[in-house]
Design a protein around this ligand. Sequence first.
Ligand code: TEU
Ligand code: CA
Length: 556
Amino acid sequence: MEKWWKNAVVYQIYPASFQDSNGDGIGDLNGIISRLDYIKKLGVDIIWLNPIYKSPNVDNGYDVSDYQDIQPIFGDLKIFNNLLKQAHQHKIKVVMDLVVNHSSNQQKWFVESRKSKNNPYHDYYIWKDGDPKKLPNNWGSYFSGPAWTYDKEIQQYYMHLFAKEQPELNWKNPQMRKDVYRLMRWWFDKGIDGFRMDSISLLDKPDNYPDAPNPANATYADAQPIVADGKRLGNYLKEMNKEVLSKYNVVSIGEMIGSNVKDALEYTGRNNHELDMIFQFEHVTLTPNKDKRLGKWNDIPVNLVDLKNSLSKWQNGLNKQGWNSLYWNNHDQPRAVSRFGNDSPEYRELSAKMLATTLHMLKGTPYIYQGEELGMTNNHFKTMADYRDLETLNAYDELVNKEKIVSKEKMMSYFANMSRDNARTPMQWNNSKNAGFTTGTPWIEVNENKAQINAAAQINDPNSVFSYYQKLIQLRHKSSLIVYGDYLELDPNDDKVFAFKRTYKKQELLVIINFTAEELTRDYNQKNADSLVIGNYSDDEITLIRPYEAKVYLFN
Ligand code: TEU
Ligand code: CA
């Protein structure tokens, strides 16, 4: 029996920006409930909610202060139970975010932890003796500055790979792990259907915390290469599987920054009893800045050959042994159509459908990030006052103001391209003042293009991006070829067209995708196909491949 999540499609909801129900400008659980019909109409099987736990909100909920309660601004446990019930009535499963690489500094374990070195919770976090003027090592935080903060009360440093309000949990402590497993069971006993596990590749820190290599001589080094995929990680995951996951019929999805195919084969390998699938980061980190001190900040488009190379590596690498999560974007990444397609009015719809075709014809479980199904774009914010995300705000402060290694103008261009806020602007439901997201003042500005891009205009239009996603989802649900077929890339060095085959028993699918605005000709014997399964133009010119054209043929 194949697993239920293999032919499923996931819809990711960023609750703060999805639907506000009470006019405070922030999306909430009642808002999600009111949109279940929309989600059902799209046809997905699972919703994944970004964190909705109680949180001081330093990092939009990724700093959890109570793992067993709901953020009051989103609702409460009663409303959550109602959401779960109604989602299940709609035959939609619910996956929650699990943030246990770190907690909030206001979480009770951490509050106890810093009281004294003898406190039973002290060892739940990573503390280190040291001189207040000399950091324990050279590691930097993902959100700028060092990965260590000195606590004067207890006279020790604690580690945080993210904000200083997000102390790292100490996975070496068995009692801490037991507490995590306990709260996971608590949610599964409530009936949730899975967890997306935040930053899970970072759980196991190397012994003695050595300095990380720092070739660019940055003020703080990138710790990821020596932290991700630590040697004990597999054991922790096996233990979690034994203690929790194996006892329920649920899906487990690891967010695994830094992991390579070999690591992923271990985590998702059949009979390895770790996780079901992982989010890898390779295809969304293909364009690091040449100046390593600038990390992810860049404004160069990705090269198609590199992109194909990376996707193919993962398709081939996990075939029949592991399982891929397929995604173009999420709440941390720029909008797909702006990054990999073309968000100009002329090509936005075509290229959004083109990207959708590519992703949904690959092998793995596809994820749709809210608004992607409408072809929503980056917001292209023009002033710093528009940004809300601490990663963006801190990066500006550190790289432009303090270190002065990049100009203001250049950084604004990097942000317009890469800031996480590009994905966090409110869902565009209709063309009213705040796009139908809120009757109040939205916590982050609605994209100006709401008149051109909104759900109301698309749900009943058979040619819309939304309707196209609907078709792709329906196709997957009906086709073992799409779900289980083997993958074969054609012409890996073609820098304009992505072409691949999927084969299953005697059937073959031929996928031809034009990633450019040019008219091209390619002959993959499509004239002899039995049928055109789907395409983003209304007719077919066979060997002529028009701008951003995507077409899928079946050979029976
Ligand atoms: O992201 C973890 C992660 O790997 C980060 O590097 C992330 O990609 C970040 O955006 C770097 O640019 C997860 C969450 O998805 C993210 O929203 C959180 O801020 C982060 O963990 C901390 O919990
Ligand atoms: Ca609200």
